[in-house]
Design a protein around this ligand. Structure first.
Ligand code: ATP
Length: 222
């Protein structure tokens, strides 16, 4: 049908180990401000940046993809605008955002994609695989995050030749929540209630996630 409005779809990529309310508020705010029809959460398969930290003292392996996927499903279930994609966890090898966006474009050829990224991740975007190609696949929305400055001065010269709406910034309610802190809390027996959705607290407890610091990745039982 000619003149039909293209669907506007947000893409929220993350390790989600675990998903927390900072992620959910970011997606909800961007959906409202940019009049998105939907936001797709995409848990990473193997997050290359986090795997690089493996040699650091106190490093904990990333939780199994199925646990992170299920927590993301639980966390987003109550919002009809939110859904979860398995594209990254089903692709072999390291997860790169450029592959995520290519796969989603192939599934949703007529949609306009809006990739949501926190201020911390935006800082490192120039180190992402094939970052020059990223801006051709989606609009980028940088959201504020406590402890990080939200600016794109480091990207200015690269953005000069691109349309002005290639990268836009959005201030969102400041939630000083991180997955790292949630894991440390769960590990130490401190509460994660109200930092993550209730169902995610219950999942963490049931699966006993984050109890051991150096656990090898156990499989998920059915
Ligand atoms: P970790 O502490 O393990 O590094 P994280 O809390 O940063 O994890 P990720 O799953 O790595 O969570 O983040 C996915 C995306 O969500 C990234 O773009 C990140 O910048 C953004 N994000 C995470 N927490 C917040 C928050 N509190 N406010 C705004 N954006 C956030």
């Amino acid at each position: 049908m000619s003149g039909a409005r293209r669907r506007r779809i947000g893409v929220m990529g993350g390790t989600f180990d675990p998903i927390h309310n900072g992620h959910l508020v970011a997606a909800s705010e961007v959906a409202h401000r940019f009049k998105l029809d939907e936001v797709i959460f995409v848990p990473t398969g193997r997050p290359w940046q986090k795997d690089q930290a493996e040699s650091k003292p106190g490093h904990r392996p990333v939780s199994p993809a199925e646990d992170r996927y299920l927590m993301t499903v639980i966390a987003t279930a109550s919002n009809p605008q939110f859904s979860v994609s398995r594209v990254d966890i089903e692709r072999n090898g390291d997860t790169y955002t450029v592959d995520t966006l290519r796969d989603l474009r192939a599934i949703l050829p007529d949609a306009e994609l809006f990739f949501i990224t926190g201020a911390d991740a935006l800082e490192s975007i120039l180190s992402w695989q094939n970052w020059e190609g990223l801006f051709e696949l989606a609009h980028f929305i940088g959201v504020s995050r406590p402890g990080y400055e939200l600016n794109a001065t480091h990207l200015a010269q690269h953005l000069e030749t691109l349309p002005p709406d290639t990268l836009q910034m959005l201030e969102i309610p400041a939630l000083a929540i991180s997955s790292t802190d949630c894991r440390e809390r769960a590990h130490a027996g401190r509460p994660v209630w109200y930092l993550v959705p209730d169902g995610v607290v219950q999942y963490i407890n049931k699966r006993q996630l984050y109890r051991t610091r150096r656990a090898s990745s156990p499989g998920v039982s059915a």
